[in-house]
Structures are given as C-alpha cells and as structure tokens.
Design a protein. Structure first.
Length: 201
C-alpha cells in the first residue's frame, strides 16, 4: 500500500519557489512553467536555460542565497541545490509555514514527490514508485511515450468540448455515461498497450 495520495494540482498564476540554479532546478522549473505558475528561482547563479528564462521574464530570479522569507506566499517549494544543508534549510522554512515542500532525491524530507509524467496536451499520465526507483518510473514513462502519441491529447480536447454540450443537453447521469462511452469508442484509439520491457534496476 502506497503512503502517497495521487493528485493533480492547479498552480496557474500561483507562486512556486525553486531553490537552485542547475540542471535539476531547470527540470523542475520547466515542469512548473508548463502549468502556468508564477515561478521564482533563488540561486547565486543559473545555468544557461534558466538564465534565458530569467532574461525573457518567464521566471523571476533572485540572485543570492536562500532566505527563510523566500517561501512566504508560495503554493509549493522545491529544494534543488547540490548542498544538503541548504536543501534542509529550505524544507524547514517551508514546513514551519505549512507550505508543501519537495527536496529532490530526498523522499524523507518531502511533503510530496514529483512523478514521471507523460504529457499529451491536457492528457497527463503520472507514474510514481513512491520514491523507491526514479529510474524505473522514467523507463516506464519512456515506454508509454512511445505507445501514446499526440492524437490522444487531441481526442481528449475534442471530448472535453463535447462533454460540456452533452451535460447541457442530457440531464440523466446514466444516459450521459453511455454517450461518453460511445464517443470514446468512436475515437478508434487503442487502449490496450503492449507490455513495457525494462532493464533490471
């Protein structure tokens, strides 16, 4: 039984803090930007990609070391530095204020962990091993990305538009369910996937 509860968070326009300026921080920032969140990065320096985002105004950049007050007003906080003491400082500051925090590669210091994600438009498939094997989660994601193409996201968008119209016109839940089932079948997409072969971990 997993100790984690899987959810999808609405972070659009909400402030999210990433502490760190390297490759790991870049990966976390990229994922947050895809949600439309207001991303703030604190670090004495940035790698090339983060520097470009800061220059373009995609993220807000504080060029200095982390301070406790940086977490104020944040929906969530991510510690992604290569220094354990800094990451633990970030975790403590967030938890004192009741803010969800993720410390990369340190599940014991996390209130939430980030899954490996397959994204096809609004369609998202999240994969987690509960922090036990990020490598296994990544390999599963790679396998699913080969099997689930962009057409699934396109179909999801069309079905979303139809769903709104159907809810307006058909009030009976069972009738709506039957219509939705027929629409999904009519899309003609395969829903049984082949087994994914992964290398031993």
């Amino acid at each position: 039984m997993s100790s984690y509860y899987p959810i999808f968070l609405q972070l659009k326009a909400r402030r999210c803090l990433v502490v760190g300026g390297g490759t790991v921080a870049e990966r976390k920032v990229r994922g947050l930007l895809e949600t439309g969140s207001d991303v703030v990065v604190v670090s004495p320096s940035l790698n090339e990609a983060l520097h470009i985002w800061a220059s373009d105004g995609a993220i807000r950049y504080l060029r200095r070391s982390f301070r406790d007050e940086d977490v104020e007003g944040c929906a969530l906080v991510i510690g992604a530095t290569d220094r354990v003491e800094v990451n633990m400082h970030v975790a403590a500051a967030a938890r004192r204020r009741g803010i969800w925090v993720n410390i990369v590669d340190t599940p014991a210091a996390c209130d939430f962990i980030a899954p490996a994600v397959v994204r096809r438009g609004e369609l998202q498939i999240a994969i987690s091993t509960g922090g036990n094997s990020p490598t296994l989660a990544r390999r599963l994601r790679e396998g699913l990305e080969e099997l689930i193409g962009p057409e699934y996201g396109e179909v999801a968008e069309v079905l979303g538009a139809l769903r709104t119209a159907i809810h307006r016109q058909e009030k009976a839940p069972e009738a709506r369910k039957a219509i939705f089932e027929r629409l999904v079948e009519a899309a003609g997409l395969p829903f049984a996937v082949a087994p994914i072969t992964t290398e031993p971990w």
